[in-house]
Design a binder for this molecule. Structure first.
Ligand SMILES: [Zn+2]
Length: 320
């Protein structure tokens, strides 16, 4: 049996990994995202790296998994602001014609959820919600032991649930979504706005989400208020998911989610508890993501393995 190729596509870098069906990475490589290049050149670059890897290890390729930024139309990238040259890029046909094995595509948050489910903090569960908190906020779901991709692969835009239409503006085109209150960008924005009032932040050369979290841990009252407001909104948003989906586990990942102190997780959980139904809250476990830096590439690997082994788990709907 052959090995699996994982392609984790990000706005600044593309991680490519060759791995086994038990989730062991044999090799990984990082490409700088060629955002100015045309789709055919991007696909050529990825395929060249992949073929060199396969050759070096003397293995056969079984399938490819891709974790792609959205929005997607199945395996096709739609127009995005930071990868506008790639509009219409078809990961499935593009990589299949170059590598000659099945190619499976999920949006990046869904892929990370599958990675945690198979190889990380979600192992052994059947119903999980994965939430990524970094610059933005997203989610991925496993429901009844199957990956929930949505009709065209875009399920899980948890960050853009609007909590208050009078809230902060969001570039997605609305106001007051979860992301506008609780993302790393929101922590940075609030930290900068209140820098002068904060004994910890005042005089700092640069303020970002990390600085705000540090100030909070040192009992700075302003940072405390910022983090409290953000975790309240996040906990409230999660209470909607908990009530809708009755998950067994909530896995918190992403740059902020993974690096924030333990207290941050406790606060999100206690705010979710204020709003979610007690029967749902009684059974859900909050866990931190385990795959860390590897979450993208392990997610893409898991997508390839899961879909290859479970032909009924189709992900997004196929054209008929
Ligand atoms: Zn939004």
């Amino acid at each position: 049996m052959g090995e699996y190729l994982a392609v984790d596509v990000g706005g600044t870098k593309i991680a490519i990994g060759l791995g086994t069906d038990t989730g062991q990475l044999l090799e990984t490589a990082i490409l700088k995202t060629p955002a100015e290049k045309a789709p055919q050149d991007v696909l050529d670059q990825i395929a060249d790296q992949a073929l060199a890897m396969v050759h070096r290890h003397g293995v056969a390729l079984e399938a490819v998994g891709v974790g792609s930024p959205g929005p997607l139309d199945g395996p096709v990238l739609l127009k995005t602001s930071n990868l506008s040259h790639w509009e219409g890029l078809n990961w499935e046909t593009g990589l299949n014609t170059r590598l000659h094995v099945p190619v499976y595509v999920e949006n990046d948050a869904t892929a990370a959820a599958v990675g945690e489910w198979m190889f990380g903090a979600g192992k052994g569960t059947r119903d999980l919600v994965y939430v990524t908190i970094s610059t933005g906020i997203g989610a991925g779901f496993v429901v009844n032991g199957r990956v929930m991709s949505g009709f065209r692969g875009n399920a899980g835009e948890f960050g853009h649930l609007v909590l208050d239409p009078a809230g902060p503006w969001c570039p997605a085109g609305h106001y007051g979504c979860v992301e506008s209150y609780a993302s790393g960008s929101a922590l940075t924005r609030e930290g900068r706005r209140h820098q002068k009032e904060s004994p910890y932040l005042d005089g700092k050369e640069s303020v970002d989400a990390k600085t705000v979290l540090q100030g909070w841990m040192r009992d700075d009252p302003v940072c405390g208020q910022i983090v409290d407001a953000a975790t309240e909104r996040l906990g409230r948003g999660l209470s909607y998911l908990i009530d809708l989906m009755n998950p067994e586990r909530i896995i918190v990942g992403g740059g902020v989610g993974v690096n924030a102190p333990e207290r941050y997780l406790t606060m999100i959980e206690s705010y979710a508890r204020q709003y979610a139904l007690p029967a749902m809250m009684a059974v859900v476990q909050f866990r931190r993501a385990q795959l860390g830096e590897q979450s993208g590439v392990m997610g893409a690997l898991a997508v390839a393995i899961n879909r290859q082994h479970n032909p009924n788990s189709l992900g997004h709907a196929k054209e008929s």
